[in-house]
Design a protein around this ligand. Structure first.
Ligand code: HEC
Length: 116
């Protein structure tokens, strides 16, 4: 995977990829990537798993499992970028703040406070 030359990924594409990660990947791996039908994809879960394995899994999927191939939607650089994101602690922090926000939202919606 270190062999793949990383192309420039535009800021706009990074936003799309992040949305894809949370929406599409999240539909199986959990909306905050804490796991669901598929395993959790947080940095700590991926520790000790080589980039090559993750790359291969995302690109070609895993036969006989629900993990689909993404090669028609993502190029090699984009897959690499996604793996980098998953391994980033900052990303994990972002996810936990999203979680906190959604929990607060749920509490607000179900709480006694009158919200319009
Ligand atoms: C339809 C459900 C589904 C979707 C959508 C999906 N996955 Fe998966 N994924 C799985 C399952 C199930 C596994 C476990 C496969 C196995 O049993 O080995 C998996 C495994 C993986 C693994 C290997 C994890 C490990 O610990 O070895 C990675 C990395 C991964 N998925 C990334 C992604 C990414 C990135 C996306 C979005 C681009 C995505 N997946 C979308 C179901 C899904």
């Amino acid at each position: 995977m270190a062999k793949v030359t990383t192309q420039q990924i535009t800021a706009q594409r990074k936003i799309q990829l992040t949305a894809l990660l949370l929406d599409d990947c999240g539909s199986c791996h959990g909306r905050t990537l804490m796991g669901g039908l598929g395993p959790a994809l947080l940095a700590k879960n991926l520790q000790g798993k080589p980039d090559e394995l993750l790359f291969e899994t995302i690109k070609n999927g895993r036969l006989k499992t629900p993990m689909p191939p993404w090669k028609n939607f993502l190029n090699d650089s984009e897959i690499e970028w996604l793996i980098g994101q998953l391994r980033t602690e900052i990303w994990q922090q972002k996810l936990s703040s999203i979680q906190v926000l959604s929990q607060q939202l749920m509490r607000t919606n179900t709480g006694k406070e009158n919200v319009k």
